[in-house]
Ligand binder design. Structure first.
Ligand code: WQD
Length: 344
């Protein structure tokens, strides 16, 4: 058995998939989540997959006393993976104070308490959004970060800087920043997956809800970009592959595999795929048509971005494995499971 890990936001999309992979790797998991954008039922899904129910604390990581109590009730936590954050790009433009207060205060509380309770390793859920519109693709970790195009992106950049400053100040912790590209898909068991509240902002949940008939039409935001088919290009990464990267990052820190107290990795496939190509991939993999139409561009969208995952492959020892077809099938199986359960 490996050590005990705190997963903040662990009933969320990426948090729940990461909890499964942590348990599969032999870690014991404690989840804290305020359930503002997820559901307690996710714990049943995790237990159905691994046979182990994580310890669950319903609480707000912005409340430092909640965190003190959690660490006292769950001694021996060796690492933290921090997913707890608001993450809707569009919403952040409308509610910047809510985003700055939530995303920054959660991070500050965790970094404050880690040395108090002897927590060694910190994995931060960052995002390719810190790069802004790349000057060239594929993009490496050394690419310059540009001014964020949204408060959401700005909080990710600020959190990365805060972590670097805290470590530079002499804090005994180690940290790894994982810059995700576009997480998609669901666990192959269809026990857990992406379950956004309300109308999905992200492409794939909107796509699968259209395919099953919940939405009449998928709008493709623009086909006049400087790309082969005119639609935006992204690096779509299977969520289970992404989850495994977090296990590797924790192992690396807790096993002292690196001298560096702070490391950054791009977590992507290295392949750029356009929005229209992804729709084609879904239709080809599932045989289900997705009614869609081209509309105007969405404010703030990046034209094209995909990762150079060389450092993650060679240094972190992680590589994306799932194919696009397999990932599209997992998203579709999950959407059908939600229908069978009468959830949507
Ligand atoms: C992808 C592409 C849209 C919906 C953001 C964050 C990133 C991460 C994922 C949290 C774009 C197009 C979308 C639709 C469409 N956040 N699209 N019709 O904006 O690349 O990334 O979410 O983990 O940090 O920046 O993801 O899925 O919203 O959009 O045409 O109904 O799909 O224009 O080109 P995005 P997305």
């Amino acid at each position: 058995m490996k050590g005990k890990i705190l997963v903040t936001g662990g009933t969320g999309f990426i948090g729940s998939h990461t909890t499964v992979e942590l348990q599969n790797a032999g870690y014991e998991v404690v989840i804290i989540d305020d359930l503002s954008n997820s559901n307690r039922d996710v714990l049943d899904g995790i237990e159905h997959i691994t046979g182990k129910r994580p310890v669950f604390v319903e609480g707000d990581c912005k409340d430092i006393n909640t965190l003190h109590q959690l660490f006292k009730d769950n001694p021996g936590i060796e690492g933290i993976i921090n997913f707890a954050a608001h993450k809707a790009v569009g919403e952040s433009v409308q509610k910047p104070i809510m985003y700055y207060r939530n995303n920054l205060n959660i991070l500050l509380n965790l970094l404050d308490l880690m040395p108090v309770y002897g927590v060694k390793g910190f994995v931060f859920s960052s995002s390719c959004t810190v790069y802004g519109e790349p000057d060239q693709n594929p993009i490496t970790e050394d690419a310059p970060t540009k001014k964020a195009t949204s408060p959401y992106g700005a909080t990710k950049q600020m959190c990365e800087d805060i972590i670097a400053d805290v470590i530079k100040s002499g804090s005994p912790i180690k940290a790894i920043l994982l810059r995700y590209f576009n997480p998609i898909g669901a666990h192959p068991s269809a026990e857990i997956g992406e379950l956004p509240n309300g109308v999905p902002q992200n492409l794939v949940p909107y796509l699968t809800q259209t395919a099953i008939g919940i939405r009449p039409l998928l709008s493709v935001f623009g086909d006049d970009y400087d790309t082969p088919d005119g639609s935006c290009i992204r690096d779509f990464i299977n969520v289970v592959d992404l989850a495994k990267a977090h296990v590797r990052a924790l192992d690396r820190m807790l096993n002292d595999e690196s001298e560096d107290a702070l490391e950054v990795f791009n977590i992507g496939t290295g392949n750029g795929l356009s929005v229209l190509q992804l729709i084609d991939a879904f239709e080809r993999a599932t045989g289900v048509e997705v009614p869609h139409k081209i509309v105007g561009r969405r404010e703030g969208d990046i034209e094209k971005i995909w990762a150079d995952p060389k450092r993650a492959n060679e240094v972190l020892g992680w590589k994306a494995e799932a194919s696009v077809d397999e990932t599209m099938l997992s998203a579709w199986k999950w959407q059908k499971r939600l229908r069978e359960r009468g959830i949507m």
